[in-house]
Design a binder for this molecule. Sequence first.
Ligand code: 2IT
Length: 477
Amino acid sequence: MAFIPKNMLTLPSETCNEAHSTIVINQKKCSVMKIDEIIQDLERKHPNEPEYIQAVTEVLHSVEEVYYQHPEFEKAKIIERMVEPDRILTFRVTWVDDKGEVQTNLGYRVQYNNAIGPYKGGLRFHASVNLSILKFLGFEQTFKNALTSLPMGGGKGGSDFSPRGKSQNEIMRFCQAYMTELWHNLGPDTDVPAGDIGVGGREVGYLMGMYKKLTRECTGVMTGKGLDFGGSLIRPEATGYGGLYFVNQMLATRGLDISGKTVAISGFGNVAWGAALKATELGAKVVTISGPDGYVYDPDGISGEKIDYMLELRDSGDDIVEPYAEKYPSATFYPGRRPWEQKVDICLCCATQNELDGEDAQHIIDNGVICVGEISNMGCTPEAIELFIEHKMLYAPGKAVNAGGVATSGLEMSQNACHISWSAAEVDKKLQYIMYSIHEQCVKYGRQPDGYINYVKGANISGFMKVANAMLAQGIY
Ligand code: 2IT
């Protein structure tokens, strides 16, 4: 039977534009209109923010059914409130480069939603950064953080500053200038940034140093810190490790295991590194990594010292993977191409948003790939996701698969608040449990009548329910 939204039973008939012959059709039409109207309204207000609209559209379409089963959500205008960030801070970041020239970049922090806990989410330093990207990331982060079940709200920030080709001193001066503006909006119980693309341990160190200089406080105001000053063991590896724990859970739903499988990974940064380490440890063979210049295919497997070499590549600051193929003759470099054309068992997006499109998805399906996991945020385009779901593939979205990174940031916050540090084994055990629990939530809300697990639905509904309930309980303000 067609789904009948409960609250529609009380909706006045004039909210529907057309008369329909049956109440069921009439009610269904109304519910679809409502979500679409919210999206259209958002598009009108933010016409130049495609990534943001993409992220919101995916979530709202996923949660539509449950939303209308809860008239109290509609009454409190939960969705209308949820699709706008609590506040957006934008500021000028001026610094002096090594030649003595004055440089100015744009700085941002999107404090998206703190219904569940302090704003929490990374900083991205990359030339492509704009408000559309940071709003989509903040929106996604809010639901992802809810999925971890730790008390963290959602936020995201960054700058159009690109560390590519910059000296260590230039990066330090930029980080100091950025923090000089942002610090008074942060706090361990207010807003806790971390890393993202272009922000790793080095940048977090410089940002933290300036925060301390300005506040004279040593609190857990940032995560991803060095181990010598409050960082957590396993945090650098956590996004990749968590992703692989999740993927193994996905495979288990079909009686499979990652051991012996071939894996295509995109990217070569922190996330790709952690994913390659854990995939290899679990007995899989990683055969690709990629950069903005193309990808390398290494049929011998990217393991051991080759994984360590990824860190060297990253530290070089050039943002290219071609040197890998020069160093390891077993590998071939494919300029300007994506790894998704290779015939493998598992594909893991570990680079950036919309890095796998409909055409790539078709290759993946034709190649008989078993599982696609997004470890990057919104790695797949809507066309790709539609194809995966249509073909009943094992596919799960970033807000579930990559939640291990921010979850371990949450564990870093707990350790800082208690002035203790846990062993690697303790952190890893908690991380595994969190990923297992996120997978359970996805299955609970995403299992379809035919048994197929729609992880997009599962993750979106579960995250949405938590944020919506938290907002509802705290009233209208
Ligand atoms: O996208 C993400 O979840 C991150 N960049 C990590 C955020 C965090 O606060 O650790």
